[in-house]
Design a protein around this ligand. Sequence first.
Ligand SMILES: Nc1ncnc2c1ncn2[C@@H]1O[C@H](COP(=O)(O)OP(=O)(O)O)[C@@H](O)[C@H]1O
Ligand SMILES: [Mg+2]
Length: 709
Amino acid sequence: MPHEDDPRAAEPPSRLLATCPRGHPVPEEARFCPTCGVPLERLQPLEERRIVTVLFCDLVGFTSASEHADPEDVRMRIDRYFDRVRGVIDRFGGTAEKFIGDAVVGVFGVPLVHEDDAERAVSAGLRILQEIAELNASDPSLGLAVRIGINTGEVLARFYTGADQTEGMVTGDVVNTASRLQGIAPPDGIVVGEATYLAARASFVFTRLEPVQLKGKAGPVAAWQVVSPQHASLSPFEPAQTQFVGREDEMAILQATYRKVARELSAHVLTIIGEAGAGKTRLVAEFSTWLGRLEEPVTVRRGRCPPYGDGVTFWALGEIIKAECGILESDGPGEAEAKLARAVEARVPESERQWIRARLAPLVGLQSSEPGETGERFTAWRRFLESLASAGPFVCVIEDLQWADPALLDFVGQFIEWGSEGPLFVITTARLELFERRPGWGGGARTASVLNLAPLSTAECAQLVSAIVGAPGLSSEVEASILDRVEGNPLFAEEFVRLLIERGVLVRSGERIDLLPDAKLPVPDSIASVVSARLDSLPVDRKGLLADAAVIGAVFWAASVAMVGGRDRGPVDTGLHELSRQEFVRPIRASSIAGEAEFRFWHAIVRDVAYQQLPRRIRATGSRTSRSSLPTTTRARSSSRRPLGRPAWPPRWPAPRCITPSSPATEPWASISAGPRRTTVAPWSSRRTMAQRASTRERSCCCGWAGHS
Ligand SMILES: Nc1ncnc2c1ncn2[C@@H]1O[C@H](COP(=O)(O)OP(=O)(O)O)[C@@H](O)[C@H]1O
Ligand SMILES: [Mg+2]
């Protein structure tokens, strides 16, 4: 496997598109499509460092079992196995990368990163086991058994994205380790490494294995075996582990809207918009607690839109109906059917019962003899929700609407368009991307409103960090460096603190808690995944613009981005405008260079991740280009990271303390250290408690959905 410093990796070959952009077949190495004559572009492969999850699946004992078998039978058996495994990996958003002997290697994170790649891989693993069992049941002569190893880590990914094709290659130790973990899994078992376990532990039940000595590894490696998915509980929100800060205005809006719904006996759809980790779920959870304290009983049900999976069109609505009927994931069809019937009987007038029950059945995973047309089903579901509300205020929370199927958006949209009887309060949460799909969502109607969740203030974020760390509190330097990076995002704040605690790099230093001397402040994997997934949603050229900007620094100018990438100025201006609309960067009103548009990354972390994805040699080349081609003043200011505790780019130039002597090519996230300081690495009794508190915190949005297989 070539290492990234290997000369062979230095010049990745370009290649021709293998299909015509219009879909016609083309012979290999053709320069023009023989059918329509369109020139076939020469594609440069993309190369990036990124965090991926690798699934390694191998057949158990297949070679010996097939020793005396007819080769055609062997081929047939293995093809059926490959097709199934490849199909599952595909459906869960991974890429089946290589077939090594009887083994299939699936990569989650290439060509597209998803913030929940580790969970997807584990869900896919469980699904593979299920499909292998189904294959064996359909043909007992197959007798297939597999072992699966899953591992998460950084790789150098090289891939081509073309018309309809993607072809990937990842290089890194993570692939070998996945294969070794596979080797220690029992037949029909899945073993995962530590990073996968940490990323997926909220969604699956694991058992810890004894640390194992793997070939090629210096010390023993921690490993976990997957037991099952966590079953969703019927209570809408898990109790929060951290103090709730700020959000007074937003709470007041939710409370006022609820009162209006309850008073007017109508329906209202309120959409909370905010980036990943902004606190949408937490706000609704706190609001739900407030509802619980009211005199009148209020029912709150919650469903989430999963980002992937089979048959998930109305998943969120299904969760709400299941919770209302008390149907558990573990209930068999008979029990689910009986619970549904009882719930419908208790809430719906007799004349409508049969009709509504038949249309609710598919939502809770039951077959229905008369599911009805879409319009009719929508009416039945609406009637059911209205009858629930007629018995008392009903709050229906639908989370992560940015991933909702268009049909679910249509269904929720009907409440906005047509209004409905209540008191029915529909609260939806979504990221900004929702507006790309439905630009006018929730605007202009009396029956709907949108609540934009701004970042927490610095003081609120500091309060959150102190609450997690506990006494005696972080030194102002470390606290400032965390606040500086997270820019008001509570999830990011929690993850940073949690990582520092887990890494054991915090020490008591005098009156405060400090970083160990020379300790680094890395970007936690969980945040990197959220940010990478957002970056991957961008078209290649937009992402390229961000990468070029990242080479320059946290603050950059349109002209320097154009120079770094050798791009025309027009598309750079348009691109940066578009990127600021999407909240990747923000324009700085008073540019420090006359006549030159100045920007900064929306989050320092976005820059860190974009930069982190660049292969080392490109970081070096890019930074050389950028520094040599910029005007002197610009060059001097394109430092990667300001010193601790300093405000972001003061408006006046020069600002000597804002110039970091390091080249932008040094790791930006590695530039914070405690520096020389008198510290005592004393046993710190509260560390364990803090780690526990931080790790049992409320699950974040990105892992809030227990993947189903
Ligand atoms: N106002 C707040 N005060 C304290 N913690 C918060 C606040 N908002 C969010 N959090 C915490 O930050 C993390 C991410 O919040 P979450 O609501 O899951 O974000 P979102 O749903 O917007 O992605 C959670 O652990 C949550 O408890
Ligand atoms: Mg959420």
